[in-house]
Design a protein around this ligand. Structure first.
Ligand SMILES: O=C(O)CCC(=O)C(=O)O
Length: 273
């Protein structure tokens, strides 16, 4: 599979025309519903006195049918299985990232894995936009090959007052400042996308996204995280799931360090034959 080869080599790859228009329409409506009625663990990353809106939300599949349908019944779980070459697929979580027109806030330079209570090789994110995305509206950019650097950087909170900074401080990892301050030194890969196209990325690939500078085009996007055969629960302190606000609304996680992920919160989507 060409996309898998690119994903393994570069840390990210694009697939065109994966979702048809009916999914896009359905999810646009669903995202608008979420934005009109923000979830309990949603975060407004744009300060109140500033223009635009950078909205983040998590685990929406648990409360919204359209999100659940996309996660379980679209072609995306099969895509995840193929990219990971995994006989099983579990669903880790969904993360909605909306940048309305004229939103200045960037997505910080980061790797995903340090935020997560998971370890393993078979873990993939599928970034699914519901609007056309360009560098102007805030498409994600990846540092080519950074998943193979053998480094794990300390997570950064997406905004100073989002309530995550104290949680992440529990991790004793190398800060990412050196990379963030020298972005020009690294080769980046990025794509402009039409709705229906998706990007897949590796959990250790360093990535970031600018704000949305367009005066009229929205940037509604959903990141879906799937795991495969070798992924296990990682009980190290400071992962995003230990944020008290998040822990309070999710079922209690009974998993022990090293357990396979499947449980009520991380359901199996494709079971091995
Ligand atoms: O959508 C964005 O701005 C960032 C996405 C991202 O960081 C992710 O999917 O891991």
């Amino acid at each position: 599979m060409e996309a898998r080869a690119a994903y393994l080599h570069d840390g990210a790859a694009v697939l065109r025309g994966v979702l048809d228009q009916s999914w896009i329409e359905k999810m646009r409506t669903a995202v608008n519903e979420v934005l009109a009625s923000p979830g309990e663990i949603s975060v407004e990353y744009t300060p109140e006195n500033k223009q635009g809106r950078y909205y983040g939300d998590f685990f929406i599949w648990r409360r919204h049918n359209a999100f659940r349908d996309l996660v379980f019944n679209s072609s995306l779980p099969r895509l995840a299985a193929d990219i990971m070459e995994s006989s099983r697929v579990d669903f880790f979580y969904d993360q909605l990232l909306v940048k309305e027109p004229m939103t200045a806030e960037p997505t910080p330079v980061h790797q995903d894995l340090p935020y997560w209570p998971v370890r393993g090789e078979q873990i993939v994110s599928i970034w699914v936009p519901f609007d056309p995305v360009t560098p102007e509206t805030g498409v994600v950019q990846y540092l080519k090959g950074s998943h193979k650097w053998g480094k794990t950087f300390a997570p950064e909170a997406f905004s100073a007052d989002s309530g995550f900074a104290d949680v992440y401080a529990k991790m004793d990892l190398e800060p990412i400042n050196e990379v963030r301050d020298n972005l020009d030194d690294f080769e980046k890969i990025t794509w402009s996308l039409e709705p229906g196209d998706v990007i897949i990325h590796h959990p250790l690939t360093v990535h970031f996204a600018p704000g949305n500078q367009s005066a009229s085009t929205r940037r509604r996007a959903l990141a879906l995280r799937y795991t495969g055969d070798d992924a296990v629960y990682d009980a190290r302190p400071g992962t995003f799931i230990t944020n008290p606000k998040i822990a309070a609304v999710l079922p209690k996680i009974m998993l022990q360090d090293g357990d396979p992920l499947e449980c009520e919160l991380f359901p199996c989507v494709i079971r091995p034959d």
